[in-house]
Design a protein around this ligand. Structure first.
Ligand SMILES: [Zn+2]
Ligand SMILES: [Zn+2]
Length: 361
């Protein structure tokens, strides 16, 4: 596109747009980049209306994930379709859409079995060359490959500030709850009440537990967890393992949803479940390996599950649950800022002053 008006020279035809880019560790900046364009027949060009900063963006920010200089960051976004390739069937210009945080192929064996998170060609938005070289979501525009598969249409009445979460953290919270096999009457412990933990608190309640405990040490997060129906447990005031047992007839929880990724949180999750309990871990681990308590698992009949949310399987039902008024993920948003303020937004998020930041281009 764009070439139609060209009269002289190629430079005049390249439109520049704004995006948050990685310059160096701890140095993200709002810079101008070439406007991305539809290249493959299945691509859709999306004009982003809202992006968000995610905890996993901080892994790049702190240099714990490889990233190439100048690459665009961000993987949570909603927007409006601006252009589609000839093979796109489900979407047309003007449709409101939300993207999964990673793109899948749809034809490999894991995709065919519905295990999209294990797609053999999985590529993550906003993670640069090392994760498939896709564009990023903290930007004005994003090209989404195989749009029919990787985008979901946003139902009327669902706000951008709600829909944005189904592409990542709400799906992750649901994945944690689903894999904990919660049944009505269960006692559930959510370890960590950051954005993902708060989503897990909401999703756990869809399965009918008697009690959901939320363990954290940040006042604002504990208050939000309580507003969402959880019993807040401040780990600065009491040891969460003992506290849960004390409030539950001396028994551990039936399941623990671990939403932090630090070894101490995983240990708390393991120690706070009863014999036969399930630990469902979705926090991105901060270590490659550590001692695993095999003896404890064997003697106590424990189950340990971990992994990255199978987002594509959840986007549609979660959007329907939001539309029905049964989920309110937007409550985690603490800061609404402009894309131009991204540097400040990262500082606020990194210092935990902000629970969740959304950025408007
Ligand atoms: Zn994320
Ligand atoms: Zn695949």
């Amino acid at each position: 596109m764009g070439l139609a008006n060209s009269t002289s020279g190629a430079d005049a035809t390249i439109r520049r747009v704004k995006a948050v880019t990685f310059q160096d560790v701890g140095d993200f900046r709002v810079t101008e980049v070439p406007k991305p364009a539809v290249q493959d027949p299945g691509d859709a060009l999306v004009k982003i209306t809202l992006g968000a900063i995610c905890g996993s963006d901080l892994h790049i920010y702190h240099g714990n994930a490889p990233m190439d200089e100048g690459a665009i960051v961000g993987h949570e976004m909603v927007g409006v379709i601006e252009e589609v390739g000839p093979d796109v069937r489900r979407f047309k210009v003007g449709d409101r859409v939300v993207s999964a945080f990673f793109a899948v192929c749809g034809h490999c064996r894991p995709c065919q079995r519905g295990w999209f998170a294990q797609c053999q060609e999985r590529a993550i938005f906003g993670n640069g060359f090392y994760s498939g070289g896709l564009g990023g979501a903290q930007a004005e525009f994003l090209v989404v490959p195989r749009a029919d598969l990787n985008l979901a249409a946003i139902p009327d009445g669902v706000l951008d500030e709600q829909a944005i979460f189904v592409g990542d953290i709400l799906s992750t919270g649901y994945f944690a709850a689903e894999r904990a096999q919660i049944v009505p009457g269960d006692v559930v412990a959510v370890i960590g009440a950051g954005p993902v933990g708060l989503m897990a608190v909401m999703c756990a309640q869809l399965f009918g537990p008697a009690v959901v405990f939320a363990v954290d040490q940040v006042d604002q997060r504990l208050e939000l967890a309580q507003q969402l129906g959880a019993v807040p447990l401040d780990m600065r005031a009491a040891h969460p393992v003992q506290e849960i047992a004390m409030r539950n007839h001396g028994q551990g929880a039936d399941s623990a949803l671990e939403c932090v990724g630090q070894m101490a949180a995983i240990e708390t999750a393991i120690n706070c479940v009863r014999g036969g309990g399930i630990v469902s871990s979705v926090g991105v681990p901060n270590q490659v390996s550590a001692d695993f308590p095999y003896w404890d698992f064997w003697t106590r009949d424990l189950t340990y599950r971990s992994g990255c949310a199978n987002v594509h399987a959840y986007m549609r039902p979660l959007l329907d649950l939001i539309a029905a008024g049964r989920l309110h993920p937007e409550v985690v948003i603490s800061h609404r800022m402009k894309l131009d303020e991204a540097v400040r937004a990262y500082q606020l998020f990194d210092s935990r002053e902000a629970t969740k930041v959304v950025l408007t281009p």
